[in-house]
Write a protein that binds this ligand. Sequence first.
Ligand code: HEM
Length: 471
Amino acid sequence: MEGPYTLVSFVLGGILLLLAFLLQQKKSHERSSSSTTSSIPRGYNWTLPFFGETFDFLKDPHNFHLKHIARLFGETFYASLFGENCIVVTTPEASKWVLQTAQHYFRPGYPRSVTTIVDATESIYQPQFHSRMRKIVGSTLYPEALQNYVKYIDAVARISLSSWKFKKTVNLYDEMKRYTFFVASKILCSLDPGPELEEMALNMEKVKNGFLSLHIDLPFTRYHAALKARDALYRSFKKIIDCRRNEGRRYNDMLEALMLSDEPGQKFSDAQLQALILSLMFAGYETTSAQLVWAMKRLHDNPEILEAVKAEHDAIRKSKLKEDSLNWGDIKEMKLTLRVIYETMRTSHLDVFIPREPLQDLEYDGSLFPRGWKIHASISAFHLDPKVFPDPYKFDPSRFENGGPPPNTYMPFGNGNRKCLGSEIAKTQMLILIHHIVSNYRWEAAGPDQGIQWWAVAIPKGGYPIRVQPR
Ligand code: HEM
């Protein structure tokens, strides 16, 4: 008799837990909406306890957004994701309001456990530290300052592609991650490709893998491996910092700018410097490499555009010897390629959402954004909305001619006081790499199109293996 009773109490217990959870969810809606005239946006009333709609979202976030809008929940809707109450905004107007107009009423909504993998000091959450970091880093990355980096990036691109001559097939995503890591290491700390940097690149990959794992710190977990890899990277940065203090040489890179910016009482500690360097390396690592993969795929899939791009780069090379480096004037000539990059970023689903957390209850256009909830600004939702970009799935770089899309409808680098600091360097390094690939290689996909691999960033499934041949 014991068996059936145990089963019945187990089932009843489960039902009670479920009811308690749903009641709590309902109450949280009611409590939050009672103090104002606005209300929580609509969404599914019944979802799995704790997991909510997370699995559906992870499978295909873009389709998830479309499904909610098609269900007439509206372009701002409620969703239960990652164990949290979320409000998703999918229009340019609402995203601009969250990221820019009302920016001071929000803080970043990234899970703390994710950001602390890279920034053990958690400094980036402190507003004073953040604005100081923006001032210094911004001053080293504005377009005029970038001109000095072109020849370094050119050299790194050549080194990164040099092995392609001896290979038949490469995994483009892996290759692009190495390239972007090498560029970041050069610009941030003047490090050149070599065995030490290869070792650091391996650690970087382990740190990245930690984002995708359950954050359980046990010796056999990926999260544990990520923390160990992070600490190894911190040790490498510490060695560089100590070395610079002793030798007193000038480097003209970002680490130097950060080390020299000793406003009284505001010196960055060594721990903060290490965390900052890793955060900056990380910010451009997957994003830029994913965009490069998409750009190469879009060019491959649109042969007429590829031919026009090749002609643009052949014209640049005409006046140069093979070994001559690109210069800033050449970069400015890459107008069509830049439009290809813009259109790639519009269509690549990279900004599936930018998360924020309201510091107090807020209202926008009849919707209540309760304090402490998560607000997802889904940039890729409106980048692919036919009302904003007609025929949105057509790859058409000419959208960016004559001034491009209307203001605040295109935000691949975010918006407001946390807008990407690396947008110019990212574009420059993409232009330079595309130049060297299209000038020297032909390529074709090494397998059938398998759709999108969504996490940690959206890339073609499998990382887009390609067959390469010298041109
Ligand atoms: C195509 C490549 C890139 C894309 C699509 C991209 C996109 C973004 C986006 C959407 C944000 C805003 C995040 C938010 O609001 O929470 C951001 C922030 C940031 N990005 Fe990028 N990024 C790219 C490359 C880079 C590179 C190469 C760097 C190198 C330094 C960089 C440095 C940063 C930094 C430091 C921030 C944080 C700004 C802040 O919190 O004030 N990014 N990026």
